[in-house]
Design a protein around this ligand. Sequence first.
Ligand SMILES: [Zn+2]
Length: 178
Amino acid sequence: MEDGKGPHGSVGRIIKYDRVTSLQQQALEQALTVLDNAYNPYSGFSVGATLISADGRLITGTNFENAAYGSTICAERAAVLQANSMGVRHFTGIAIIARGKSRKATTKVTAPCGSCRQVLWELADLWDGTLDVILSTTEKDMIILTSIREIFPLPFGPSQMLEKNDILQYRKTNQPLI
Ligand SMILES: [Zn+2]
């Protein structure tokens, strides 16, 4: 498929695998790898997400379901929490791949839910609001490149709640000893 408008109208654009950055390619590969670690006994739906940190680290998450359905957490937010525990709050992108219970190759991409868009914006807005969102099928034969700004317009976030100095403070983290 040629690069161009995606199947979702004006949101995002189709981009070939060899046209995304090598770090974004690695992020997609890791998202695909962690799909098998999704904890999904109730839906069978698997989601793998990989955050790309501003310093080039890749941090993954999977969906993690719960018998009390409302306690389920999505892969994107699981990755954010994992990154935060590592002292990482600055990202350039997130790669997301999902697959249904049948485990068949997918023909459509899966976009983050509204709650995950809000959480991704929380961190993007601490910086300049830039965060690529790379959505792919399992075979990487359909990739949609978009951004948090595009899929989460007119957002509410830290810049409404915090003074500039507070934002600067919360950009910083304590890196754990390894
Ligand atoms: Zn979500």
